[in-house]
Design a protein around this ligand. Structure first.
Ligand SMILES: Cc1ncc(COP(=O)(O)O)c(C=O)c1O
Length: 396
């Protein structure tokens, strides 16, 4: 990229790669530590009556967590970010914005844990929801006088459906609804939903932001001050803030977000193309393939296609054989780390989703989900060659 001579590089960084390195220097400690310290303290001393260092009690705020929140808000082009003990804690906090009788609309394909929360907790608290396929359905008929929000992922977990955020946000604004977007699958490296009209961005920080399968965390990011105030109140009152040590781990993960995601995306595209060549693979769903129905929308609203690939094989036995025989790839839940993981949605991430919902979304017992890591691509392909050969032999 050529320098255009704007001389603003220290304030408005030209690239997100640089942004990932930019800790908030206003928050840095007196010694100038480049690795931001872990402030492992529950409480903070007051210099005197009515005086404060800016920190009182770690449930409210902590310097390490504040540093992390500052960089996540910056990466998402938000005004504020709140770091939670998990992605689910972040989503549960959002639901505290609503009152009994309120209604919201969800995308029918979502992380199974979110669906479980809406079915088992939100319903009990008097909230109702309607599920729509937001990547294809018109949302308008689902809106009623009690509707307060639309909640979605794009791309969705695990079927990788892509929704046009700009189009949906226009409807949400017209109808006075909050637009809540779980951006976990792409991370702020590839997509910034607030720029396309979202009101709240959700992340499981456990995934690409943390990046190493070594911590659990979550985020909410907002632009609007009034909404921020409401969520901050819920945050300090319900107390699901991320610990200083876990904040530090995610801060460290973010330093390499750009390089990890570039490499993982490259591997994901190569694997998606490779999987298409196997006769036992009946479907490969990756939004970076031009034939994916969401490809053009992705090009409009994202800077990349991510590292998640879902595929379907021709028999349950074939799927089970793959899961039983992977060696380089781990058969495990979760996503977004440096290692490639293979997940079986029907028994793992979506085990608590009602059968009819799974069926409607095409999530059957032949569907497998890959979170592609940063290994050498030749090794990943070699692993699949080996595993496919075993599965074929077992089928004969
Ligand atoms: C898209 C998505 N959102 C939210 C979550 C929940 O995050 P956590 O496991 O950090 O609570 C997950 C977990 O897999 C997820 O895949």
């Amino acid at each position: 990229m050529d320098c255009n001579g704007c001389n603003k590089c220290t304030e408005v960084h030209c690239s997100i790669d640089t942004k990932c390195q930019q800790l908030d220097r206003n928050l840095m400690d007196q010694w100038g530590a480049i690795s931001f310290p872990i402030y492992q303290t529950a409480t903070f001393a007051h210099p005197g009556l009515g005086e404060s260092t800016g920190y009182d009690y770690t449930r409210m705020q902590n310097p390490t967590r504040k540093q992390l929140e500052s960089i996540v808000a910056y990466l998402e082009n938000g005004k504020d970010a709140m770091a939670f003990a998990s992605g689910m804690a972040a989503i549960a906090a959002v639901m505290e914005l609503f009152k009994p009788g309120d209604h919201f609309i969800i995308d029918s394909d979502l992380y199974g844990g979110s669906i479980r929360l809406f079915n088992e907790i939100s319903k009990k608290n008097g909230l109702t929801y309607s599920a729509a396929n937001l990547s294809s359905d018109d949302v308008t008929p689902f809106i009623n006088e009690n509707t307060k929000a639309i909640y979605l992922e794009t791309p969705t977990n695990p079927m990788m459906n892509v929704t046009d955020l700009e189009k949906l946000s226009k409807i949400a604004k017209e109808k006075g609804l909050l637009l809540i977007v779980d951006n976990t699958f792409l991370s702020p490296y590839f997509q910034n939903p607030l720029d396309f009209g979202a009101d709240i961005v959700v992340h499981s920080g456990t995934k690409f932001l943390g990046g190493h399968h070594d911590t659990i965390g979550g985020f909410l990011v907002v632009k609007d001050e009034e909404l921020d105030e409401k969520l901050r109140f819920i945050y300090k009152t319900t107390g699901a803030g991320l610990s200083p040590f876990d904040s530090w781990l995610i801060l460290r993960g973010i330093r390499t977000l750009a390089v990890r995601l570039e490499r993982a995306q490259q591997n994901a595209l190569a694997l998606a193309k490779y999987l298409q060549t196997n006769v036992h693979v009946t479907k490969v769903i990756y939004p970076g393939l031009p034939e994916h129905p969401g490809y053009d929308i992705m090009k409009k609203q994202a800077r990349g296609f991510g590292a998640m690939v879902t595929f379907e094989v021709d028999s349950v036995e074939f799927a089970h054989s793959i899961l039983n025989n992977v060696q380089l790839i781990y058969f495990a839940e979760s996503l977004g780390g440096t290692e490639t993981l293979i997940t079986y949605p029907v028994t793992q991430t979506h085990a608590d989703v009602p059968k009819d919902v799974l069926e409607k979304n095409g999530i059957n017992d032949r569907v497998l989900r890959l979170s592609v890591g940063i290994e050498g691509i030749a090794d990943l392909i070699c692993e699949f060659n080996r595993v496919f050969a075993i599965a074929k032999e077992e089928a004969n």
